[in-house]
Design a protein around this ligand. Structure first.
Ligand code: CAO
Length: 414
């Protein structure tokens, strides 16, 4: 049995944030019915295509384990079918532009009328306020949520991260909101609304930067590279590769960095492991030297500490350095490229990286479910073709006969 078996999701999501959420729910066993506009479907099916006329990796990697029904919710019969789907689903998830669902005729009040037990979950760019009507994509959210102003180097512009904290991050938040609402419904028998704004999701992930904003009022942020010689202004600055926690960290070059852009190691100078680190990099002299042997005397000279570490890492590959330092409990890890991650046998063994077969594109790699449940293991199944399950859903879920299906088709509703 799967954890969410018996839960039916009406998936009105597109692009990345919403699909991330419903894909997770599908991996946990929910029956996810993806509603797509006839003809085009989710716009990502055709975006960033690597093979002509084949669903893009953008789409296939975000829509595993779902069923697809085409439905034009602006046609009369389309609205009728949509209403019946709301009646027999537990959760509706959408991430349309603000107001789009209302314009289709399905406000929250109307949805509740149709099915008081339904949980209606939405992603929007912003919550109520001056920007609430804005359309938003990933990088806008990273900028508006505090990610960009705190990422990058002090002398460079605000920078967005490769990790999709605005889209996939908000999808994760939404999934938690949905299962929490399902849990509450067990006791109240009532549905509720679940809303996640991408700005809020990014800010939540930037929590430590708001912490630092308040610490700034009490003096310089000593773990930031601006200390002691740089300048602090009135907002949390960009910290380069500093660790952001209580233990100093930085990225150092390793053997081969001249040719390999990812020949780097992240290393943390944790107080508890300092002796082991000093010995490993052949700087035992630090241990007896009052200029180096405590965290407080090293703090203003962190750049020199990392320079010394780098002299040693330059003689080792990032994997050799990781092995040596990890063995003596120094927290560290190699900078891994996407190529290395794709080929990593350990990630393949756990199903975090999976190979999936697809009828029109053939085999491709995807990221599997990163959340492992011992009693509900996830099996990654390929994404559906556009409308692949339309007839099956109309017949088995809604009980429509062949004549009714044919009538809906002739109206262009499905
Ligand atoms: N049948 C009929 N109409 C449909 C339909 C269907 N099955 N599915 C979608 N539509 C319609 C919508 O109702 C909407 O029509 P109106 O403009 O008349 O209301 C129209 O298609 C376009 O929807 P949209 O405005 O959501 O799409 P967009 O491409 O213009 O904007 C996006 C995309 C992502 C910017 C916007 O949806 C948005 O801001 N979403 C919320 C935030 C979000 O999730 N962003 C992250 C996306 S991932 O990077």
């Amino acid at each position: 049995m799967k954890a969410l078996e018996g839960v039916r999701i009406l998936d009105m999501t597109h692009v990345q944030s919403g699909p991330t959420c419903t894909q997770l729910l599908a991996w946990f066993g929910a029956d996810v019915i993806k509603v797509e506009r006839p003809g085009t479907g989710d716009p990502t099916r055709g975006q960033l295509r690597d093979i002509p006329d084949v669903d893009s990796l953008y789409f296939t990697m975000l829509n595993h384990n779902k069923r697809s029904i085409t439905l034009n919710t602006k046609r009369d019969q389309g609205k009728e079918i949509f209403t019946r789907l709301i009646q027999c689903c537990d959760v509706l998830v959408e991430n349309f532009a603000p107001g789009a669902l209302d314009r289709m005729g399905f406000s929250w009040e109307r949805i509740q009328q149709i099915n008081p037990r339904i949980i209606s979950a939405s992603v929007k760019g912003f919550g109520p306020g001056p920007y609430e009507d804005s359309k938003v994509y990933e990088n806008v959210a990273q900028c508006a949520g505090g990610g960009a102003s705190t990422t990058g180097f002090d002398d460079g512009p605000p920078t967005v991260a490769g990790a999709q904290i605005g889209d996939s991050g908000t999808g994760l938040h939404l999934a938690l909101g949905i299962v929490t609402a399902l849990f509450q419904r067990e006791k109240t028998d009532r549905g509720q609304r679940v809303e996640c704004a991408m700005q809020d999701g990014v800010l939540n992930l930037c929590r430590v930067k708001l912490r630092d904003q308040q610490r700034l009022a009490h003096g310089p942020l000593k773990e930031y590279p601006q200390y002691p010689n740089g300048t602090f202004h009135d907002a949390t600055p960009r910290a380069g590769n500093a660790s952001g926690g209580g233990q100093p960290g930085w990225i150092v070059k390793c053997k081969g960095w001249e040719e390999d852009p990812n020949a780097y190691l992240y290393v943390i100078v944790q107080e508890a492991a300092f002796k082991s680190l000093a010995r490993a990099i052949h700087r035992e002299d630090w241990l007896e030297d009052p200029e180096w042997n405590t965290a407080s005397v090293r703090l203003p000279k962190l750049e020199q500490v990392f320079d010394e570490i780098e002299k040693w890492t330059l003689t080792k590959t990032k994997f050799e350095a990781t092995q040596i330092l990890s063995a003596v409990d120094v927290p560290c890890g190699p900078v891994l490229s996407m190529k290395e991650l794709a080929e990593d046998p350990a990630l393949r063994a756990t199903g975090t990286v999976v190979e999936v077969d697809h009828p029109t594109r053939g085999p491709y790699l995807s990221v599997g479910n990163p959340i492992k449940l011992s009693d509900s293991p996830s099996q990654v199944k390929r994404s559906p073709l556009l409308g692949e399950h339309t007839d099956e859903i109309l017949r088995d879920v809604l009980g429509m006969d062949a004549a009714a299906v044919a009538a809906a088709k002739s109206e262009g509703a499905v």
